[in-house]
Write a protein of this length. Structure first.
Length: 243
């Protein structure tokens, strides 16, 4: 798919390289060099994807992500020179969908961008508020879930909240802490283990093979994400081991 991509990068040379790679793949690239300009451009252009450097002048990338995530579901891929796990988790907590640590391979970055755009393209929108992610259907108003065969699946309130949260932003990685915040009130004393149990139960109800999940996927060391599932050309070798 051809997309409009906003690049927020204060290193002019790196920004030019990114623009060249993006345009070579048929995308339209808009480049800005500080956080204030990134916020203004995102609001004005409503891009399909934002490539966001963390270390930006005026407003840093983490604050840009926090502000925009409160206004939009635009996919955000963060670039960071920081390798500390806390910085990574903070970026994901603020709503980033993916990240890469500098220095990075432009070709790998393009592959990540293609993956994010493919996730967005494969989510079926609905005017009635129903969320459809691949074969999984979630209706927040009726509190209903349908599996791949169209069969209604019974979920607890906590399970439904976790699933609906991820279905609203397919492909985004949610930390356990983020999911815990959404489920407070459904469980008397929720913990990280509670979230793991919700996901395990949902896999039993929705996955073709719960031991090799293709929809409710673990991102090791971070949390979980909901995806439409693999396309025929995707490498099935990633599914060989249990998650």
């Amino acid at each position: 798919m051809s997309a409009q991509i906003l690049v927020a990068e204060d290193d002019i040379r790196q920004a030019q390289v990114l623009r060249m790679y993006l345009e070579s793949e048929g995308h339209s690239a808009v480049v800005v060099h500080d956080g204030r300009a990134a916020i203004d451009a995102a609001r004005r252009l409503r891009p399909d994807l934002l490539v966001l450097d963390v270390m930006l002048p005026k407003v840093d990338g983490l604050d840009v992500c926090r502000i925009l995530r409160g206004e939009s579901a635009v996919p955000v891929l963060m670039l960071t020179a920081r390798s500390d796990e806390n910085d990574l988790l903070l970026g994901l907590d603020l709503g980033a969908d993916d990240y890469m640590t500098k220095p990075y391979s432009p070709r790998e970055l393009m592959a990540r961008i293609r993956t994010l755009l493919r996730r967005v393209e494969r989510v079926e929108p609905a005017d009635d508020g129903v969320l459809r992610v691949g074969p999984i259907t979630v209706d927040p108003l009726r509190h209903e879930v349908l599996d791949a065969s169209g069969r209604q699946v019974t979920c607890t309130r906590g399970e439904f909240t976790v699933l609906a949260t991820m279905a609203a932003e397919p492909g985004r990685v949610f930390t356990r802490r983020q999911l815990l915040e959404r489920t407070r009130g459904w469980d008397t004393a929720p913990t990280d283990r509670t979230i793991d149990m919700y996901v395990m139960n949902l896999r039993k109800k929705l996955e073709p093979d719960p031991r090799r999940p293709v929809h409710l996927v673990t991102v090791h060391g971070v949390g979980y994400k909901l995806t439409p599932g693999p396309t025929p050309v995707e490498d099935r070798s990633e599914r060989r081991g249990p998650h």
